[in-house]
Design a protein around this ligand. Structure first.
Ligand code: CDV
Length: 317
C-alpha cells in the first residue's frame, strides 16, 4: 500500500470585501482540521484567495490586478506556508498569478502544489479557460476568464507524496484530454479546484444537471486513467451567484470515496492507496498494450470539426 491521506478543503463563499488575511485564516482552520485527522495533503479550490472576480466586467487594470498575486508566497499568504511546515502537511492552492517575463506582464489562473515542509513543488497554469473576452450584458453575471487570463501551456505531473501527482483547474475537468495527457505520464492522483455557478447563462437547460456533470466527468477521468481524482469547490452563494458544492474524492475504480455535504467551509477525508491504480493501469487501461494512437491523429491535428489546430479551415469531409 502507498497511502496518502487527503482532505478535500472546500470553501464556502468569499465576499469581495474579504481580505487575503481573512481568507488565509479560513484556509488555515481547514488545514488544522485536516492535520488533526491525519492528512498528508489538503486540496483547496480554484482562485481560493479571493472572490471569483471573472464574474464582473472591469476596465480599470489596477482594479483587476488587485485580485492577482505578484509573489507566492507573499506577505499575506506566507502564514499558510509556515503552518504547513509546522504541521507537516502539503497543500494544493489555486490563485490568480501576475508575472513579468522579459518585460512583459502575464496573468494566469494558476495553482501550486506545496510539500510538507511548506516548499513549492510544482505550478500549473489553467489550460481550458471558459467563458468570453468581451462584456456580454445579457448575462445575469459575466464569465470573463478569456479576458483576464492567458492559457497555460500543458499538463505536467510531479513526483510527490510517494506517487505521481497531476494538477488541473475547474473547466479542465470536463475535457477527457486533461486526464489522458496526465494518464500517459502515469498520473496516480489528479488535484482539481473549481468555481462552478449552478446557472450556465448560454445553456440554462443544463442548470439542473450541474452537480451530475461535475461528478460524471471526474468519475470518468478517474476510471479511464486508473487514477484518484480530488475535486474541490468554492461553493455557495458568492456575491449573489450560487455555486455548486459537490467536492469529492474519487477512487481509480470511479467510485466516490468521500464527499462534502454542505456548501460551506468543510473537509472531506479519504485514505487514498495509490496502489489501487495498478489493477486499472495494468489491465483494462494498460495504454502500452491497448491504445491505438495511429487512429487518434485528428485529436492533435484538429481544434474542432471545422478548424485545424492552427486555426485554419479544416478540409470538408
Ligand atoms: N471556473 C470555471 O472554469 N468554471 C466553469 C464554468 C464556467 C462552466 C466550469 O467548467 O465549471
Amino acid at each position: 500500500m502507498r497511502l496518502v491521506n487527503v482532505a478535500a478543503g472546500q470553501l464556502g463563499p468569499i465576499a469581495r470585501s474579504e481580505t487575503r488575511s481573512e481568507v488565509v485564516a479560513r484556509l488555515s482552520g481547514l488545514m488544522r482540521q485536516a492535520r488533526e485527522s491525519g492528512c498528508d495533503l489538503i486540496v483547496y479550490p480554484e482562485l481560493a484567495l479571493t472572490t471569483f472576480f471573472p464574474r464582473w466586467y472591469m476596465e480599470d487594470q489596477a482594479e483587476i490586478d488587485r485580485f492577482f498575486e505578484r509573489e507566492m508566497p507573499g506577505p499575506e499568504t506566507q502564514p499558510l506556508f509556515a503552518l504547513a511546515g509546522e504541521l507537516g502537511i502539503g497543500f494544493y492552492l489555486g490563485y490568480a498569478e501576475l508575472t513579468v517575463e522579459d518585460g512583459l506582464v502575464h496573468r494566469y489562473n494558476s495553482s501550486i502544489l506545496v510539500d510538507k515542509r511548506g516548499a513549492i513543488l510544482a505550478k500549473y497554469r489553467k489550460v481550458h479557460l471558459p467563458g468570453h473576452a468581451q462584456h456580454e450584458p445579457w448575462r445575469k453575471f459575466q464569465h470573463l476568464e478569456k479576458r483576464y487570463f492567458e492559457p497555460g501551456a500543458g499538463f505536467g505531473v510531479a513526483e510527490a507524496f510517494g506517487g505521481v501527482i497531476g494538477m488541473a483547474i475547474c473547466n479542465d475537468r470536463r475535457w477527457s484530454e486533461t486526464y489522458r495527457v496526465m494518464g500517459l505520464q502515469g498520473v496516480e492522483m489528479v488535484l482539481i479546484g473549481y468555481n462552478t455557478p449552478v446557472h450556465n447563462p448560454p445553456a440554462p437547460e443544463h442548470d439542473d444537471l450541474s452537480l451530475f456533470h461535475n461528478q460524471l466527468v471526474m468519475q470518468a477521468g478517474a476510471y479511464q486513467n486508473g487514477t484518484w481524482v480530488i475535486g474541490v469547490a468554492k461553493a455557495g452563494v458568492e456575491e449573489g451567484v450560487d455555486q455548486i458544492g459537490g467536492s469529492c474524492i474519487i477512487a481509480p475504480s470511479g467510485e466516490v470515496a468521500a464527499a462534502c455535504i454542505t456548501k460551506g467551509d468543510e473537509i472531506a477525508l479519504a485514505r487514498c492507496d495509490l496502489d489501487l491504480c495498478n489493477s486499472y493501469k495494468s489491465t483494462t487501461f494498460n495504454f502500452d498494450v491497448h491504445r491505438q494512437p495511429q487512429a487518434y491523429r485528428l485529436i492533435v491535428e484538429r481544434k474542432g470539426r471545422n478548424l485545424m489546430a492552427d486555426g485554419t479551415a479544416a478540409p470538408s469531409a
